[in-house]
Write a protein that binds this ligand. Structure first.
Ligand SMILES: Nc1nc2c(ncn2[C@@H]2O[C@H](COP(=O)(O)OP(=O)(O)OP(=O)(O)O)[C@@H](O)[C@H]2O)c(=O)[nH]1
Ligand SMILES: [Mg+2]
Length: 333
């Protein structure tokens, strides 16, 4: 996906620039050995990529939103809600935390899944800190991704989420269990939905964050566009209002997003894989689609802080989840 490629490339550029700088510095050092001053200004600014990884439905996106303080990521009771890597930045005078929410880990059944896992792969490669999310009922499975994380040298915070659903004793037992599974991890309890433990996670991140200049402008909140969030808000309604395979066969694209000072006009297309799904989506006399439109409009208005007008269209794109070209057009790699 282009935007993500753009994001990855600044880091790659930075490292290649740094390599150049190093070689220049080596020359300088040899010339100026006596001149090197202990009083040279050293950066005290911290910044880094905190990449959120875990199984589907454990609360990754809910925790991301709590940490960022904005509802950037859609969250539902259904697994595989998140399909992209979504960045959210939290800035202070002397720090910048770049969080990445990622799709839950799945064994790919189609090319869309492969793309989703490719986003996870990116997040595994460029993390400064791994924020591994587990939910209370989960135990360690000898999973490739977790093995990769454990064997890396990157600091790990392992969060036991959804502790509001259990007693203190059970939570304590689970925390001890994960500490014994990954001795080098900081294991922390959390309820992303109530906010319990979120501040402690943030404080722990700040302690672990490496010294670095910021990666993004300090006022930037995310790497994604308004169009992306509008499409995600509509997709959230599809996950909430439709059952079985229907929401999983849907993709939303924004054909037009016209911004005015008082009103945003959005034209969106919902793609499904078959005619029969299109009929279900629209519903009798279009009532189901109307419900999606109203609910999406309310959320989008809250997000952008002004009135919105959303037109929704439903189209069929045969087996889009297995079509490379279509997936690319929809923003997947
Ligand atoms: N009780 C409880 N529910 C939670 C908590 N955190 C998240 N949930 C719920 O768990 C469900 C899944 O949350 P998400 O944040 O969408 O989970 P996710 O890990 O991002 O899921 P995928 O994107 O599908 O991988 C939602 O219904 C949330 O409301 C929590 O701390 N306690
Ligand atoms: Mg999610």
């Amino acid at each position: 996906m282009n935007q993500n490629e753009d994001l990855i490339s600044p880091n790659e550029d930075l490292s290649s620039q740094n390599e150049d700088l190093t070689s220049q510095n080596e020359d300088l050092t040899s010339q100026n050995e006596d001149l090197s001053s202990p009083n040279e200004p050293k950066t005290t600014h911290k910044a880094g990529f905190v990449n959120i990884i875990g199984n589907p439905n454990v609360g990754k996106s809910t925790l991301m939103n709590a940490l960022v303080g904005e509802k950037l990521c859609i969250t539902t009771q259904k697994s595989q809600t998140t399909r992209h890597r979504i960045m959210g930045m939290v800035n202070g005078d002397d720090y910048q935390v770049v969080y990445s929410d990622t799709p839950g880990l799945v064994h790919p059944h189609h090319k869309l899944h492969q793309s989703m896992m490719a986003f996870v792969g990116e997040a595994l490669r460029d993390a400064d800190i791994f924020l591994v999310i587990t939910e209370l009922g989960e135990s360690f499975k000898n999973d490739e991704t977790l093995q990769y994380i454990i064997q890396s040298t990157i600091p790990i915070i392992l969060v036991v989420n959804k502790i509001d659903l259990s007693s203190q004793d059970v939570v304590k037992e689970k925390l001890d269990y994960w500490q014994s599974v990954i001795p080098r991890a900081q294991v922390l309890p959390c309820s992303a939905i109530t906010g319990f433990g979120v501040e402690r996670i943030f404080d722990t991140i700040l302690q672990m964050l490496p010294l670095s200049p910021p990666y993004f402008e300090k006022q930037q909140l995310t790497d994604k566009s308004l169009r992306f969030f509008a499409a995600e808000i509509i997709r959230e309604k599809l996950l909430l209002f439709y059952d079985k395979e229907i929401p999983y066969c849907c993709e939303v694209t924004i054909e037009q997003y016209e911004e005015t000072p008082t009103l945003d006009r959005i034209s969106a297309v919902i793609y499904v894989e078959r005619e029969s799904q299109k009929r279900i989506l629209i519903g009798h006399n279009g009532t189901s689609m109307k419900r999606v439109g109203i609910s999406a409009r309310q959320d989008l208005e809250a997000f952008v802080g002004k009135q919105c007008y959303i037109s929704l269209f439903v189209k069929v794109s045969d087996s889009w989840r297995n079509n490379d070209k279509t997936l690319h057009r929809f923003g997947y790699n």
